[in-house]
Design a protein around this ligand. Structure first.
Ligand code: APR
Length: 191
């Protein structure tokens, strides 16, 4: 599903984020940046050791990456140019600032992308796997944060890459629902 929102194409893609070609893809990492399972494991295994080597240099400097923060590395052997690693919140019932931290992950990834001249960026559904964030709530935070970022900043394309069809359908429904109420639309066209 693609929609042109003001000057940015917002895309929902059902697929594997390691095979798409964007200026940057976002990784749902953990604070050690040493890789893991899920999309983190897939990105490191497909992207190769250059990604991990840059992560090691970053960790040597900062110790660990706090939840909601983001860092950028090469994408190694992946089709994209950069990987932006962010740490989403672990779901602990919703009373531990999870919503704000998840919003921070999207916002800080987008801010870092702009700082690095990134024009096209793809996100996975951060925190909705191992970290057990309920996907409906996570989709609302992801979509509204991305849309609000588009009010002031011009990306060419921002995509959500959903690994399962179920998650794709949830995000598609959320996207339509939020768009109906969103106040930032100057122009929308279905592409
Ligand atoms: N492409 C796109 N999305 C993917 C892929 C892929 N190749 N593989 C998994 N996903 C999806 C999952 O289906 C889920 O919807 O990414 C979403 C996030 O799930 P996780 O990868 O488990 O990430 P998260 O829930 O944020 O947990 C992060 O898991 O892998 C570890 O090291 C990671 O400790 C960290 C934790």
């Amino acid at each position: 599903m693609d929609k042109l929102i003001n000057n940015t194409t917002i895309s929902l893609i059902h697929g594997d984020i390691t095979i798409v070609k964007f200026d940057a893809i976002v990784n749902a990492a953990n604070s050690t940046l040493m890789g893991g399972g899920g999309v983190d494991g897939a990105i490191h295994s497909a992207g190769g050791e250059d990604i991990l080597n840059e992560c090691k240099k970053i960790i040597k400097k900062i110790g660990s990456l706090p939840t909601g923060e983001a860092v950028i590395t090469t994408a190694g052997k992946l089709p994209s140019k950069f990987v932006i690693h962010t740490v989403g919140p672990i779901w602990r019932g919703g009373r531990n600032n999870e919503a704000q931290l998840l919003m921070n992950s999207y916002n800080n990834s987008l801010k870092l992308a702009i700082q690095n001249g990134v024009k096209t960026i793809a996100f996975p559904s951060i925190s909705t796997g191992v970290y057990r964030y309920p996907v409906q709530e996570a989709s609302e935070i992801a979509i509204s944060t991305i849309l609000n970022y588009c009010k002031e900043n011009n990306f060419e394309k921002i995509a959500m890459v959903l690994y399962s069809k179920d998650f794709y359908n949830i995000y598609a429904q959320t996207f339509e629902t939020i768009l109906q109420k969103w106040d930032g639309v100057k122009k929308v066209c279905k592409l």
